[in-house]
Design a protein. Structure first.
Length: 275
């Protein structure tokens, strides 16, 4: 993709994985670059309805970038694959991105895992034949100006021996967008930022970050009381999303403790940002 000066980010929803669709939709978003390219970030189980409510047709989407494999982020991929296969005549297949490309330009290891663990069961058999992910998606395109940054959302530990544990993680990513006029960071589902994520957030102009307002012990999401401790210069450009708040809750929070803490805002369903 060619260099672009700016982009529009539309939140189809800003809710967490357990949000009810009559309150909010899953935190999937459409990024429209100034060259017209439309990138869908994640496609959860609400995607059929959130796209329709936003007035965006599935065939308008050029590519999909995946953060990780929870259902609120990939549960609608099968529907999108079949819809674009049978319902519309596309000039080219949907581009699918998940993780950094391997040496030599080969698709990422994460894409193979996505097919094997999430998509294969529903998409492999087609017209009495077995097909692969390439039947539905173009997995060889590059997404210039966009970095996949490993985050700590699904980190876990395994016992190596009786004394040591090895920290590992299931592939989960944040994104940074390097534009000619402004740089943007989107956390995806994430816990309190890692050192690498903090360094990137110091350098960008706008940050969208996962935030859980209820305090859950052992949560795999960043909690508000943790993010409140971030430096003021990061909070002042940080918008909180992937929450389970109603619009009234958001308005109340912005008029009280969130505003006082110095955050830029809380994202509502349908919010659009031009950066």
């Amino acid at each position: 993709m060619k260099e672009v000066y700016n982009m529009e980010i539309k939140f189809l929803g800003s809710g967490g994985g357990l949000v009810s669709p009559d309150v909010n939709y899953h935190s999937n978003m459409v990024v429209t670059f100034d060259n017209g390219y439309k990138l869908l970030i994640d496609a959860g189980t609400h995607i059929q309805f959130s796209l329709a409510e936003a007035g965006i047709k599935p065939e308008d989407i050029d590519g999909i970038a995946i953060t990780h494999q929870h259902a609120d982020h990939v549960g609608g991929l099968e529907w999108l694959a079949f819809y674009n296969k049978f319902m519309v005549n596309r000039d080219e297949k949907l581009h699918l991105f998940y993780g950094e490309r391997r040496a030599g330009g080969y698709p990422s290891e994460a894409l193979s895992e996505l097919w094997e663990t999430t998509l294969k069961g529903g998409l492999e058999i087609l017209n009495k034949s077995k097909v692969t992910i390439k039947e539905y998606f173009d997995i060889y395109k590059s997404l210039g100006g966009v970095r996949f940054i490993p985050n700590n959302h699904l980190e876990y530990t395994t016992k190596v021996n009786t004394h040591n544990k090895l920290a590992q993680d299931i592939k989960s990513y944040a994104f940074s967008f390097s534009l000619l006029l402004e740089n943007v960071f989107i956390s995806g589902d994430a816990k309190y930022p890692t050192e690498q994520m903090l360094n990137i957030m110091q350098q960008v102009d706008t940050v969208f970050y996962d935030c859980e307002f209820a305090n859950y012990e052992g949560s795999v999401h960043a909690q508000y009381h943790e993010l409140k401790q971030l430096p003021d210069d990061i909070k002042s450009k940080m918008y909180l999303y992937h929450h389970n708040l109603t619009n009234k809750d958001i308005d109340d929070a912005m008029n009280t403790f969130v505003k006082e803490a110095g955050f830029a805002g809380i994202v509502k369903k349908g919010d659009t940002f031009t950066v």
